[in-house]
Design a protein around this ligand. Structure first.
Ligand code: PA5
Length: 426
């Protein structure tokens, strides 16, 4: 993975101050345990947990359809890795077919029920995986109730349901009573940091993702994201975001130059938004901290957002993410079409994409828009695992620099509580 921070310069004093603040945290991150907030980092060494998720996925190796029920941190990581590693349209090709049931939009939910019914009628092998750390998220429980009702027609339907939740949650107890399969989320691992727990590992393994390679990539990121120097991209990225945020730049655009990475961008959007959007500092000072994450996809969004990004207000910092090695695909020679755009005939598609990225980077440089660049050598399980782990560490470091708690989400809880009250007629 190549990281380039040269276009988001930070004064050396800011770098030193930032590193000083991160030193203790980096030390703790190097020896993570399940006992504290850095629990997600301990997942990478929990071979039992990894193997259990893999073994259960193997139990369902003949599955034709997987329905993942869950929302936010409970499905975004799975979506991100699946789309990155299997391709943008994998749902059309891949077996098992996968459906994500995340919201209670009635039309959308009805579509899922119909597809499930169709699969049941066709005697397909179906797996329903409901993921909820708390076990009480309204959307997830509603969808689980709906889909269980449908799958009850299948003999031994209990063997087709996997519940991923915290040990001891209400959902855990229900799953035990019902005799569903259960996978445990370690207590201190929060939703948006849970992609390397059974939350992501089970459905991803079922979809044919090599979860061991993904973990290897994450472990590799850990090896260089704790260094006390400028070679630590997680620390450098966090310090850059912190520095520009102090200067009033509070939008962070993740501009992926690969269709397959759009969901990775959305996964990161949640990670940054929920982790750093906080009312108070750890000491209780009201700050209303936060950097608004946006996701753009190159080159498509150049034709919708490019004008604003390049000529609009100087309120953004951008991270470009591109991929070095992609499929060889030649643009055929065509005499008539050759007249329309010069210098494209017989070229590799990748050359054109690189030229568009290069042109965009030049425009950003000319306008002095601060930007960073991450180049993946290729897209596979290992590089995606590495990227996600680096981003999680960067966000944890940013939380420390902003002096807020990057692991809770009190405002999300507020809406959940209010929803329950409304449903109770209060
Ligand atoms: O990252 C988070 O903590 C949240 O986005 C949760 O994942 C989301 O609210 C779903 O919660 P739960 O997994 O408890 O159903």
């Amino acid at each position: 993975m190549n990281y380039d921070f040269s276009n988001a310069p930070i004064p050396s004093t800011t770098f030193e101050t930032g590193m000083k603040r991160l030193r203790l945290l980096m030390k703790m991150a190097a020896e993570p345990t399940y006992e504290d907030n850095l629990a997600s980092l301990a997942l990478l060494k929990d071979y039992d947990l990894i193997n259990r998720a893999g073994a259960l996925a193997n139990h369902f190796k003949d599955a034709d359809m997987l329905i993942v029920i869950g929302i936010g941190g409970s499905n975004l990581g799975t979506m991100a890795v699946a789309e990155a590693c299997l391709g943008k349209h994998y749902q059309l090709r891949n077996t098992p077919q996968v459906l994500f049931a995340d919201t209670v939009d009635p039309n959308y939910s009805q579509e899922i029920v119909s597809l499930l019914q169709h699969a049941i009628d066709a005697k397909k092998h179906i797996v329903i995986n409901a993921v909820s750390k708390s076990g009480t998220t309204t959307e997830t429980v509603v969808l689980l109730t709906l889909l269980i009702e449908a799958i009850k027609q299948v003999p031994d339907y209990r063997d087709h349901v996997v519940i991923t939740t915290d040990k001891g949650s209400k959902l855990w107890h229900t799953a035990k009573q019902e005799g569903f399969h259960i996978l445990e989320i370690p207590a201190k691992v929060g939703g948006r940091y849970s992609v390397f727990s059974p939350v992501g590992l089970f459905p991803l393994a079922l979809l044919g993702i090599d979860i061991q390679e993904m973990i290897k990539g994450a472990v590799y990121a850990m090896s260089y994201c704790m260094q006390d120097n400028k070679k630590n991209p997680a620390a450098l990225g966090a310090i850059a975001l912190w520095h520009y945020n102090k200067k009033g730049i509070n939008i962070h655009d993740t501009f992926v130059f690969s269709q397959q990475l759009e969901c990775v961008g959305k996964w990161y959007r949640q990670l940054l938004a929920e982790s750093c959007g906080k009312e108070n500092t750890l000491k209780g000072k009201k700050v209303n901290a936060g950097i608004t994450p946006t996701v753009s996809v190159g080159s498509v969004d150049l034709h919708s957002m490019g004008q604003l990004y390049i000529d609009g207000p100087s309120d953004k910092i951008t991270t470009f993410i591109n991929v070095e090695k992609q499929t060889d695909l030649f643009i055929p020679n065509n005499k008539n079409l050759a007249l329309l755009v010069d210098n494209i005939q017989g070229r590799q598609m990748k050359e054109v994409m690189d030229a568009i990225l290069g042109g965009t980077l030049k425009a950003y440089e000319q306008q002095k828009i601060p930007h960073m660049q991450i180049t993946l050598p290729t897209i596979d399980e290992k590089t995606i695992g590495e990227l996600l782990q680096m981003k999680m560490l960067e966000t944890i470091y940013l939380g420390a620099l902003l002096e807020i708690n990057p692991f809770d989400q009190p405002a999300v809880e507020k809406y959940k509580v209010e929803t329950r009250k409304l449903l109770a007629g209060k």
